[in-house]
Design a protein around this ligand. Sequence first.
Ligand SMILES: Cc1cc2nc3c(=O)[nH]c(=O)nc-3n(C[C@H](O)[C@H](O)[C@H](O)COP(=O)(O)O)c2cc1C
Length: 193
Amino acid sequence: MSVILLGGSPSPQSSCNRLLQHIGDKLTLHGHPSTRIDVRELPAQALLRADTCEPGVARAVTLVREADAIVIATPVYKASYTGVLKLFLDLLPQDGLAGKLVLPVATGGSQSHVLALDYALRPVLSSMAARFILPSIYATSEQVAAGIGCGLRLAPPVAARVAQGVEQLAAELQLLGERAEQEEDLFEAPFAA
Ligand SMILES: Cc1cc2nc3c(=O)[nH]c(=O)nc-3n(C[C@H](O)[C@H](O)[C@H](O)COP(=O)(O)O)c2cc1C
């Protein structure tokens, strides 16, 4: 099962990206390693011109196409997700999330826009035919403080929400894998005897 961590923050010192990596690390502990795409690292001109032939952009689009699950993280900007993230989502086909599990994650300056993922990003993910959009994870920057070294100090409610989200995603990935195996067996069965 292939998992993508999609980072939508333009900021180099990003609390949102730290939270995303933390979720990726937890998923690895559940047996699901991930590959990271940070939109801010993709060539800006290719993004602005929707140039899907540019090698870096083409690779990122392919990684998303081949993924079983995507954790999409964005800071809240102007009560919505970032423009940087939208630039990348607009490069994907209209059904670019078909068959995929999606876990939306956001950080914001306060709790005022706790629903931003649900009213802004979730409709976009639905329109792109995501198979299952898991309940969102939201934290304020203060709840995602940098710890010692590269670690994170999560506020207890956020830590609980992250643990729940990771467990749910891992369980869904497990089910997806089992279903894929069953389908493979069914496909092979007529030729078995
Ligand atoms: C341009 C801009 C717009 C923002 N708009 C909002 C907003 O509407 N609501 C909010 O709660 N926080 C807002 N913030 C604060 C960020 O969401 C918050 O600091 C976030 O954790 C930053 O994540 P980052 O460290 O990954 O960049 C805004 C920050 C910036 C830079």
